[in-house]
Every structure is written in structure tokens, then in C-alpha cells.
Write a protein of this length. Structure first.
Length: 159
């Protein structure tokens, strides 16, 4: 887990330093499925849309054994020079979670999710993949930091 995070940080640092890269997102909008990599038991749906040439908004709903969450993210994206369809991104989002278990007193959770990741638009077909590190900072009942936030997603490129 530590190696993946350090690799993502290194790629991001290199990409930021390369000013000759054309700043744009790999696609305009996409709809997909996301899997929580921390334990693999959580799944969700995502919609992502470009706001400008270097920024995007992403909205998701995720489901687990006894909870549901919704959230939105703002992301800064930049293509990696020499790697067709590959971009790095960093951003922040908010998440609202609802516990459905009778055995939990606190039913609503609010948090922030900083993120860093890689996104790849497959050049020959309208699909994309992403891998990111998205830790969670709880702001109310579940206050505190949870660093187990790796996700993997598959998207259908709408345009």
C-alpha cells in the first residue's frame, strides 16, 4: 500500500514539473463502476464530467454491507506527456454516508476525501480505467483520519 502511494506521488511530481504537456482531460464525460480497494466489499457508480480543460467534477454513490454513501469531487487533471490517454489527477471531495444497521447509534457521517490518482482512456475503445488513493477525514461522528482509501474503477466514455 505504501509503495503504491509513493509511486503515485512520484508520478504526480514528475508530471507537474513537465510544463510542455498539453493540459486537458482524457475525455469529456463518463459513467462507470468503482470498487473500493481497501477490502473489496464495497462497490459504487460514478459519473465524471470535464468542467474546463484541466478540471473535472465527479459524483458517486457507493454501497457496502450496512451503509450507503454519496459524494462529489473536484479534480485537477493533466495528461502525461508521451503516454497516450494517461492522465494524473489530484483533488478533494465531500462524502455523506448513512449507516443502515440497527446496531449503530450514529447513522449519518460527513467527511472530506482528498485524492490523487491515474486515469487511462483506452485509445481504441470507449472505456477508461482509474486507480486512486482517496483517504477519508471524518468531520462529525466518525471524526479522524482513515488512510485505507484505494479505489479502482472502469468507465464507459460517453463523449
Amino acid at each position: 500500500m505504501k509503495k503504491v502511494f509513493l509511486s503515485l506521488m512520484t508520478i504526480t511530481a514528475v508530471a507537474v514539473g513537465l510544463n510542455e504537456a498539453k493540459a486537458q482531460t482524457p475525455f469529456k464525460s463518463a459513467l462507470g463502476v468503482v470498487f473500493d480497494g481497501s477490502d473489496g466489499a464495497n462497490v459504487g457508480i460514478q459519473y465524471k464530467t470535464a468542467l474546463k480543460s484541466t478540471t473535472a467534477a465527479q459524483f458517486q454513490a457507493a454501497f457496502g454491507d450496512n451503509w450507503i454513501s454519496v459524494g462529489g469531487d473536484w479534480q485537477y487533471e493533466k495528461l502525461i506527456p508521451g503516454a497516450e490517454g494517461l492522465a494524473w489527477y489530484a483533488g478533494v471531495g465531500a462524502q455523506l454516508g448513512f449507516v443502515t444497521s440497527k446496531h449503530v447509534d450514529d447513522k449519518v457521517f460527513i467527511g472530506l476525501r482528498p485524492q490523487i490518482g491515474l486515469e487511462y482512456k483506452i485509445p481504441t475503445i470507449p472505456f477508461g480505467l482509474h486507480l486512486d488513493y482517496k483517504p477519508y477525514l471524518g468531520l462529525n461522528n466518525d471524526s479522524g483520519f482513515n488512510g485505507d482509501g484505494f479505489t479502482f474503477g472502469i468507465k464507459y466514455i460517453l463523449k
